[in-house]
Design a protein around this ligand. Structure first.
Ligand code: NAD
Length: 324
């Protein structure tokens, strides 16, 4: 079994690859993995083992068709994580989001088609659905993305669907809620807040802090992806929910407690433009069809995650310096 992972030096992709190499997915203990990653500001080679007998590392861009056509033959599956992933950056400049998330996905799918790759999983997000005041989105809900990031991901989902409908490429799409866990870039809310508080600085809270997000441990997301890879149906979309809906203010309060910080260490800042109020997905389909259930209890997962950032300052300090 040979699996190619795009974006495998990022937060979620590297968790998937480390778990795969550690034998964490039954039946895939011998799988060989090729990681293709451009190493943008968000990618970190140190997120993966420096050397491993079943790992092949390739620094490359998913927009590079000749490179992909050379690499892909012989692979049994592709897990596509590579993307520009930070909403705030997409508000400042959307071009790279369209280039990688839309153009890169199309290039990758075209290369998979031409190389005869038998299975592809396209990793997407619940943000493609927009914002919902009450209830939860199913896979049949309309795509109403609000940020350029979400719009580029929604576009990539439609491209993936078209490669299934038009060409019969065996591709499934997943739409997951917010992830948390170790190795997440310190520009994202949880690592940002924990690392700022660890360094004794106040944390910025957008607007009134009432925006609601659902949080899922990265390990549960990756197990859901593995289930979709092995048992998901071609052309289908699978939502993956967090289960724990919290306002940004609530999660901030929990992080302040976990870091032993004073409640006054919060700085209210102007709201993000077009800030989605609430995300909530219904993941009945993946639970009933593929037997998925998350395992990580949120309290425990959050406490362990906060401890990981506090215990690994070497991992995030340089990245934060570079991005200040
Ligand atoms: P990340 O920003 O941590 O990692 C992205 C990786 O992609 C980086 O290693 C980067 O170097 C690489 N990359 C970027 N452009 C590339 C290109 N043109 N060619 C090759 N590699 C490139 O992102 P993440 O949080 O790990 O997210 C992974 C995927 O999961 C994304 O597709 C994202 O939309 C999706 N997703 C993320 C979350 C979340 O909460 N983080 C939730 C749902 C879905």
């Amino acid at each position: 079994m040979r699996i190619l992972v795009t974006g495998g030096a990022g937060f979620i992709g590297s968790h998937y690859v480390r778990t795969l190499l550690d034998g964490g997915y039954p039946g895939y203990e011998d799988a060989e993995v090729t990681v293709v990653d451009k190493l943008t500001y968000a990618g970190n080679r140190d997120n993966l083992p420096a050397a491993h007998p079943r790992l092949t590392w390739v620094q490359g861009d998913i927009c590079d068709l000749p490179m992909l056509l050379e690499l892909l033959p012989g692979h049994d599956a592709v897990l596509h994580f590579a993307a520009e992933s930070h909403v705030d950056r997409s508000l400042r400049s959307a071009a790279e989001f369209v280039r990688t998330n839309v153009g890169g996905t199309q290039t990758l799918l075209e290369a998979c088609l031409r190389s005869g790759v038998p299975r592809v999983v396209h990793v997407s997000t619940d943000e493609v659905y927009g914002s919902i005041d009450e209830g939860a989105w199913t896979e049949l809900s309309p795509l109403l993305p609000n940020s350029p990031y979400a719009a580029s991901k929604a576009s990539s989902d439609l491209i993936a669907r078209s490669y299934w409908v038009t060409h019969g490429l065996n591709v499934s799409i997943t739409r997951c809620s917010n992830n948390y866990g170790p190795y997440q870039h310190p520009e994202k809310l949880i690592p940002k807040f924990v690392t700022e508080l660890t360094e004794g600085r106040p944390v910025p809270l957008y607007g009134d802090g009432a925006n609601i997000r659902e949080w899922l441990h990265v390990d549960d997301h990756c197990r859901a992806l593995q289930l979709v890879l092995t048992d998901g149906r071609a052309g289908e979309v699978y939502n993956v929910a967090g289960g724990t809906g919290l306002s940004n203010r609530e999660i901030t309060t929990r992080l302040l407690k976990l870091c032993g910080a004073d409640p006054g260490m919060v700085r209210l800042v102007a709201d993000r433009k077009g800030h989605d109020r609430r995300y909530c997905v219904d993941d009945t389909k993946i639970r009933e069809e593929l037997g998925y259930a998350p395992r990580t209890d949120f309290e425990t997962g959050l406490a362990r995650t906060a401890a990981w950032y506090r215990d690994n300052p070497g991992w995030w300090k340089r990245t934060k310096e570079e991005n200040r």
